[in-house]
Design a protein around this ligand. Structure first.
Ligand SMILES: NC(=O)c1ccc[n+]([C@@H]2O[C@H](COP(=O)([O-])OP(=O)(O)OC[C@H]3O[C@@H](n4cnc5c(N)ncnc54)[C@H](OP(=O)(O)O)[C@@H]3O)[C@@H](O)[C@H]2O)c1
Length: 354
């Protein structure tokens, strides 16, 4: 089979590429905007990379992802599965235009390209957080005008509708991971976003405090809900489910790739505090205006884009995913606290070496 991928130089895409190389003998066409970066990535992969991985230069913000005519002709009628992962994973309102150019128009260009190439199957990687401001995540489309927290979620809600509107041209399925964290075996994570953006901000704040004249044991408050949970999934689990989807995903079906037993924010912050050796952080549910110190305001400003996710719980159905992996060697996710601890510690070990 021939598989086409976007987003392979990213955190999840790199893991998926490796997985497909190791577990299949398919030929992998990888659309990248930075050939040098992609060459460095594939140099680190094992297996028959030379014969099985073909790099294509492109950019999803351009029509037909900027592929040239020669590549289009060579691939026409030859693509079995099109994985579309490329996206911008940032939540800031100021990035709205860029988020829509990459996530929404980029998805439209990927769908048009897949249609032109007569791809048989299109697997769109969305996010479980298209759930927006609802508390319960279902494996169905949410309304196109769903109430969401930020332009990232909005771009993904709209892209899901767009993807399924191509169902007359190819089989379309949507895969929705929750917050992706490091590998459950090694802790390794090539990400700066979501939980990693949050941890980096706390690390930066700790270093600032250490450099300042304030040597007291002042407690700094982080706004959030202690008993609410954050839904974290290891990147290798997500890649395993995506690999199974190539064989078994049903058309017009949505799969939440989520954690059935998510940890509480209190437990997650405790693990982060221990790994950082910074015990002056505490969660508070609410602060009256003017009651946070200037340093606390600064800290909460640094992590404000995450507030929507740490101030409440979401729970997600994942029955479709459970059915998808049934009878395969991918087991339904069970992430014990020890695994999460190892993943968090791995991040700070790497960041200390930088
Ligand atoms: N990380 C999470 O927690 C999370 C959770 C749920 C869903 N997801 C979804 O999973 C997918 C992968 O996320 P990730 O965490 O792996 O993101 P990532 O590490 O930021 O990777 C994004 C990928 O998209 C590529 N890309 C961005 N703009 C592009 C463009 N204009 N043309 C071509 N390629 C472009 C990047 O290429 P460069 O290397 O050139 O930048 C990179 O390969 C996304 O669709 C995301 O929405 C992620």
């Amino acid at each position: 089979m021939t598989i086409f991928l976007t987003g392979s130089t990213g955190f999840l895409g790199g893991k998926l590429l490796n997985n497909l190389l190791e577990t299949t003998d398919h030929t992998l066409y990888v659309l990248v905007r930075d050939i040098k970066k992609a060459e460095r990535l594939i140099a680190g992969l094992s297996g028959d990379v030379e014969n099985r991985v073909r790099l294509l230069h492109g950019d999803i913000t351009k029509p037909l992802c900027g592929l040239d005519d020669t590549d289009i002709q060579a691939l026409s009628g030859n693509v079995d599965i099109f994985y579309h992962l490329a996206a911008l994973v940032k939540f800031d309102e100021e990035l709205r235009d860029e988020l829509f150019a990459i996530n929404y128009s980029g998805t439209e260009h990927a769908l048009e390209l897949a249609k032109l190439l007569q791809a048989k199957q299109f697997l769109y990687i969305s996010t479980a957080y298209t759930v927006g401001k609802r508390a319960h995540g279902v494996e169905e489309l949410y309304p196109i005008d769903a109430n969401v927290h930020n332009p990232y979620e909005e771009s993904k809600v709209k892209s899901e509708h767009l993807a399924l509107s191509y169902a007359d041209h190819m089989d379309v399925s949507i895969l929705r991971p929750s917050i992706i964290v490091g590998d459950s075996e090694t802790g390794e994570a090539d990400s700066e976003f979501t939980l990693y953006g949050f941890m980096r901000a706390l690390d930066v704040f700790k270093r600032r405090i250490a450099r300042s004249a304030d040597k007291s044991e002042t407690i700094y408050h982080v706004l959030g809900s202690k008993q609410s949970t954050s839904n974290l999934v290891p990147v290798n689990y997500v890649a395993d489910v995506l690999a199974v989807a190539a064989k078994k995903a049903q058309p017009n079906t949505i799969y939440n790739i989520t954690n059935p037993s998510p940890a509480t924010n209190y437990d997650i912050l405790t693990l982060i505090k221990n790994a950082l050796d910074f015990h002056q952080l505490e969660i508070i549910e609410h602060a009256e205006p003017g009651t946070l110190t200037a340093k606390e305001e600064k800290l909460n400003g640094m992590i404000s884009v995450f507030n929507a996710y740490v101030s409440r719980s979401f729970n997600f159905d994942d029955d479709n995913t459970q059915q998808l992996i049934e009878g395969t060697n991918v087991k339904h996710l069970n992430m014990p606290e020890a695994t999460l601890k190892m993943i968090i510690e791995a991040y700070f070990e790497v960041s200390e070496q930088k």
